[in-house]
Design a binder for this molecule. Structure first.
Ligand SMILES: Nc1ncnc2c1ncn2[C@@H]1O[C@H](COP(=O)(O)OP(=O)(O)OP(=O)(O)O)[C@@H](O)[C@H]1O
Ligand SMILES: [Mg+2]
Length: 362
């Protein structure tokens, strides 16, 4: 899968930009604050319909403008498709080959991007809530069903919590509807559990290999997935029934995959508590390479974006990483320090210099 080009209209600091890309390596360089990350943010937006650094779509619109448009042609298996997103103050619209997709969940997962940037460290450093969000984004990047299940699950939780409140205030009400919701909660929850479990298992098949190749050591890295829904449906039913009185008082669904966690262990120890900054970064990049490996095994050739690589990793590691990536993957690297990059990489790359929202291609 490859981005052939990109067209930005009033996106961040680009009023009108047209770019063509190399099928393999694109090196986007320039000083701080010139607009490097903005370019890869636009690519990510086309894939996920959301930015990786703001939840507010309006922030993506150029200052003092009312709407933005991002367009790109993406080549996948000899097929060229045109993707487009428009955002104005009221709404966001997504198109593939001019057809407007009314539901974002039908559009997402078609462009497969694996992104590495500094925020990814949150997957280790932050709370389980942030870890779940990150994993949700990673899985929905290629699995559309998963995203839909998550949306349904969140709706069930909302409905169930408000029904618990109603029941608490009105003890005579029938509990039949609660039973229906509990059933749905368990079924959807188990579906999500199975997808997450399978995903983490697949990641664990290669993450350690990548860690060892990047660091040149023999440590062991694994991700441990924990969930209250790792039990059978009958057991879950009983557990939930037993906690009903507590749930009523708290108006809260107490069991579910909304408490899942994904913890990185290096040599048997939680890397969040015991790992160094460097070890945490290496763990994350190994995770990203393991995702690419997993996707390739499913015949998906993702696009790999490395945002601000050199402030995160040293030159030797980056060379190790690039050596691990097949020539048939498209890669975007943003950096302030083009001088640090090995000549053999530079010579093969399309070099895109960014200066204050304008672009020069060498
Ligand atoms: N909505 C917007 N409208 C216009 N300009 C914006 C908007 N949002 C951000 N910018 C500008 O974009 C620039 C930041 O772009 P970006 O984050 O891509 O920089 P960068 O080249 O990646 O920098 P660094 O090397 O520090 O990561 C800033 O100058 C900022 O003012
Ligand atoms: Mg940047």
């Amino acid at each position: 899968m490859k981005f052939k080009n990109l067209e930005l209209l009033n996106f961040r600091n680009y009023d009108n930009l047209k770019l063509n890309f190399d099928d393999h390596l694109n090196l986007i360089y320039g000083n701080n604050g010139e607009g490097k990350t903005n370019i890869v943010e636009a690519l990510f937006l086309l894939a996920y319909t959301k930015s990786f650094r703001t939840n507010n779509d309006k922030n993506l619109i150029m200052f003092d403008q009312d709407n933005l448009r991002v367009k790109a042609s993406v080549l996948n298996d000899k097929f060229l498709n045109n993707y487009m997103i428009t955002i104005n103050k009221e709404e966001k619209k997504v198109f593939i080959n001019e057809t407007n997709y009314k539901r974002l969940s039908d559009y997402i997962s078609k462009i497969n991007i694996v992104l590495f940037n500094r925020n990814d460290l949150n997957l280790i450093k932050e709370s389980p809530n942030i870890r779940r969000k990150n994993i949700n984004i990673d899985i929905s990047g290629f699995n559309n069903t998963y995203l839909k299940q998550i949306t349904i699950y969140n709706k069930i939780i909302k409905q169930r919590n408000s029904y618990l409140k109603l029941l608490y205030l009105n003890g005579n009400m029938s509990k039949d509807y609660l039973d229906i919701l509990t059933n749905k909660l368990i079924d959807t929850g188990i579906n999500i559990y199975n997808i997450r479990k399978d995903y983490i298992n697949k990641i664990n098949e290669s993450i350690n290999k990548y860690y060892n190749l990047i660091t040149n050591d023999e440590s062991s890295l694994t991700i441990k997935y924990t969930s209250e829904f790792s039990e059978s449906k009958t057991k879950l039913m009983t557990k939930i029934k037993q906690s009903l009185s507590k749930e009523l008082i708290l108006n809260k669904t107490l069991y579910g995959i909304h408490h899942d966690d994904f913890v990185f262990y290096l040599n048997g120890k939680n890397i969040k508590e015991f790992g160094s900054e460097g070890q945490q970064k290496n763990a994350i990049i190994s995770y990203k390479l393991a995702i690419i490996n997993y996707l390739k095994n499913m015949n998906i050739n993702p696009i790999f974006i490395l945002d601000d690589m050199f402030s995160e990793l040293d030159n030797e590691k980056i060379n190790n990483i690039l050596k691990l990536i097949d020539n048939d993957l498209q890669i975007f690297i943003t950096t302030t320090e083009i001088d640090n990059i090995n000549n053999n990489i530079k010579d093969n790359a399309k070099k895109i210099r960014i200066h204050n929202g304008t672009v020069e291609v060498d």
